[in-house]
Design a protein around this ligand. Structure first.
Ligand code: AMP
Length: 126
């Protein structure tokens, strides 16, 4: 079954300028903004501007320019937020939830960048 994208999701509305966001970085193909309900002192969402639902959708169908832009944008966000290992930061975690088992709320591909405190183990046991 092909990937399907719902352009009424909240991040699509952000990209169309229909609702505001707290922008951290904008590039040709990507947008990064602070999460509205931060789970850590640093909690930024990085999204591609194109209509991709999940990490695998993006990885399969995005152009190399979009993928390179997105990856560089994530690194720049880490630098801007002071968590990059390349600038003496203490590190971070990236998370991308997909679909029902991944407990994805917003069906537009996004990478969470979390940091600013020790984050504990990766997932709860059980
Ligand atoms: P996920 O479960 O991976 O789909 O996470 C969606 C994330 O989007 C959550 O962390 C929400 O807090 C965040 N979120 C939802 N609406 C907004 C918004 N308008 N601006 C910024 N972050 C949002």
């Amino acid at each position: 079954m092909p990937y399907s994208y719902d352009d009424q999701n909240i991040f699509a509305k952000i990209l169309r300028g229909e609702i505001p966001n707290d922008t951290v970085l904008e590039t040709d193909h990507s947008l990064a903004f602070n999460d509205i309900q931060p789970q850590a002192p640093v909690h930024v969402l990085v999204i591609p501007k194109g209509p991709y639902v999940s990490h695998d959708h993006f990885a399969v169908e995005a152009s190399e320019a979009e993928i390179a832009d997105f990856m560089r944008a994530t690194a720049e966000v880490c630098r801007l937020k002071g968590v990059s290992l390349g600038d003496g930061g203490s590190g971070f975690r990236t998370i991308s939830n997909a679909g029902s088992h991944g407990v994805q709320e917003v069906p537009h591909y996004h990478l969470h960048i979390l940091g600013g405190r020790p984050l504990g183990r990766m997932i709860e046991q059980g």
